[in-house]
Structure formats: C-alpha cells, structure tokens
Ligand binder design. Sequence first.
Ligand code: AMP
Ligand code: GLY
Length: 427
Amino acid sequence: MAINALVIGSGGREHALAWKISQSQLLGTLYCLPGNPGTAEIATNLPGSADDFEVVASAVSQNGIDLVVVGPEKPLVDGLRDFLEKRFPSLMIVGPNASGARLEGSKDFAKRFMSKYSIPTAEFKTFDASSVKESHSFLETLKPPYVLKADGLAGGKGVIIENDLQTAKDCITEMFSGKFGKASEKVVIEQFLSGIEVSVFVLTDGESYVILPEAKDYKRIGVGDTGLNTGGMGAVSPVPFADELFMNRVEERIVKPTIAGLKAEGIDYKGFIFLGLMNCAGDPYVIEYNVRMGDPETEAVMTRIDSDFLSHLRAAATGTLADEKVAFSPLSAVTVVITSGGYPEKYKSFYPIYGLDSVKNVTVFHSGTKNSAEGVVTSGGRVLAVTANAPTVVKAKELAFNAVKEIDFKDCYYRSDIADDIVNYQK
Ligand code: AMP
Ligand code: GLY
C-alpha cells in the first residue's frame, strides 16, 4: 500500500525530511504543512500552522494521510501526538507524546531522568524563585564559567554561560523575574563541560532503535565560533572523532539507558531523539536531549541515508524497527547556511534570491524563503542550507562553497569556515 505522508513544519529541516521521503518507493502522495517554496517543488504544501491542532487534523482527514512526521519540538511538547492519536487511532505518527517530549520541554525533567538512569551529564541543581539564596550558594561551589539554563522551551536562547560570579547571580534573579517568561520559572545550574560537541540522532519505536549518521553543527554567527548564538550556520557529517570507540560508548552509556529509562517511566516513545553531546577526552556527556531532528544537521544527515527513509519512519511508528535494514553513504556531507545580513539580530526580508537555478553539484534546502511576484524572496534569518556530498570533506566543502558563491541576495551572509575544523582535525 502506498503511504501518504505529511511533514509538519516549514524550515530547512522539514525540506530535507521531505526531500528524503520523496525518494521512497513506498510513497503515495507527499504533503507538507505549511512547508516552504523548496518543499513545494517536491510535495503539496497545505496552508496553516502546526500549532493549530485542528488544522493538522483537517489536513490528515482531507488528504487521506497515513503517516505524519513532526519536524519542530513545540507541537510535540504541546501534545500534538496525543491529540492526533485520539482522533485517528490508526494514523502512523513519528514524534513522541507530550510525556516523552518533556526530555526537551523541561531541562529539569531531562536532568532528573539522566540522574535516575545513570546517563552521563554535567552535575546540576534546579532552583526556583523561592530558593534564590540556595542558587547563589550552589554557584559559589562551582568554578567559572557558570552555566544557567531556563527549564522550559526558550527558542534556543535559554542557556547563559557567564564567567563572572556576580553577573551570574544577577542573571538568575533576572531569569526568575521573567527574562524567558514562564520558561525560566525554574532554572537549572550546571557544571561547565569542556570538549567538542557532536549531534547524534536516534530513531526509536520505544523498544528498538537505529542510530543515524552523526553531525557537527556551527552555532555561532562569526568565523572561528565567535559572536552570538544562532539556530545553526552549517553542519558536517561524518565527524572524525565520533569513531567506533566513541560511538560504542554513546550507544552503551547513553542510547541504551535512555530507551530503557523511557520504557521504565511508562513512556511509549516513537520518534527521534537528538543527543547533543560533549566529547570530554573521549567520554560522551549529554548536554541536552531534543525530541526532533536538528537544524541544520538534518540537511547534512538526510543526504547520507541510502536506505528507504519512509520505510524507517513507518517502522518507528508501528513498532517494527527491529526488522529494518539501514544503509548510510560513506560520502561526506557539508552544509553551509546562507542568512540574511543582521541575523540573529535585526534583519530585513523580501529580497529576491538569484542564482538558485544555476547551482551545480549540491542540494539546496529552503529555510526562510517565500514565493512572490518577483520569484523566490528571503523571508527569515536563515534563508537557505546548501549541502554538497563528496568522497572527502575537503571536496564536499569546495563544492558547497562554489555553489554558495553562485547564490546571491541583498546583504546575504555565510560563515566561510564551515568544516575547517574537521578538515584540519588530527587524532
Ligand atoms: P542547549 O540549549 O542546552 O543545547 O545549550 C546551548 C549551548 O550551550 C550548547 O550547545 C553548548 O554549546 C552550551 N552548553 C550547554 N550546557 C553546557 C555545559 N554544561 N557545559 C558547556 N557548554 C554547555
Ligand atoms: N542545530 C541544533 C538544533 O537543532 O537544536
């Protein structure tokens, strides 16, 4: 039976998920809600917002959808799966219920979960407005830099890393006074971990799991990892230090106890688990869990999956992942994000984008774009993610940047050093 699939979300991650699903032998019709001009080329975009569950339900019933994959975390944290499950008992859904989505929706929950199941992570304590004094005392026991995290979802901005003790104390006070709204009613303070970060992606049906290709993303806006944090300026996969020994440790110390812990908590988790890891001298520690794929990591990772991704999604949704055979490409993927000048602060939109039709040897994923009378125009901070694949990371980088230079819009910006650390990496 052909599968009608619906991808929820509108960014580069969702374009990449849709792009991979569109190659499946099992696919009937592919829909995105709301999608973007990139997904419109490979799928039918449906109007509406993923935050409006009734709109999603209408899309499912009107289009005979068999399988839904949820891109962003917010609808999952808000209970989209729970809602759809009740309405459509036989619908296949990739993405956890609200209970499972607490792994991302509450840092306090995630940290307590890791402590309970002995999953390596930074030492921590959680405080609220009634325990300001205690939070200051705890800070005094730590060495700088101090890591302060809003408990709830804060659009990727809820983490503060501060060197000065007094400033850190003041930050805590600001957080309790609503710096991140309800998200910072509770604050997690944790030990600073030093090392190199890597993103590891797990697809699970609650019992079995597959580990997808790992990736590294580049979060800061400036060359050399300087300046403000962004949603991600680029990605590379594979990551050389994530070798067999490291990945075995990730699987034994983190993936297995996470899946077992979820089961023990009575959480039937069907979806992605994105492990944000720190490699501390060869030992993996969890910095954060996300309950979705990463962006822009997905734009690199999808290009390295050779097996039928829709089949894997169906298996995750139906509890048959143990029988799935996955195959990954040995090629390197380098993804360069092109942003609007000024991002992640103020930027302008609606500038025409030139050169999209002339690029070669790459896959271009749309993030913040819109169709207009003048053709495709910019409509967000992160505009496009350009991915190249090649036998070496050096070649993939060269192909990606050759294409990026062909694409132009007013005030466009990209980081010219994506993948340099991987190219220069020595054991
Ligand atoms: P999160 O939103 O939890 O991913 O945190 C954002 C970023 O802050 C991470 O990607 C890390 O670069 C950094 N970070 C978070 N927690 C720690 C920690 N305990 N030690 C060092 N860096 C951290
Ligand atoms: N690239 C990091 C994230 O998606 O959260």
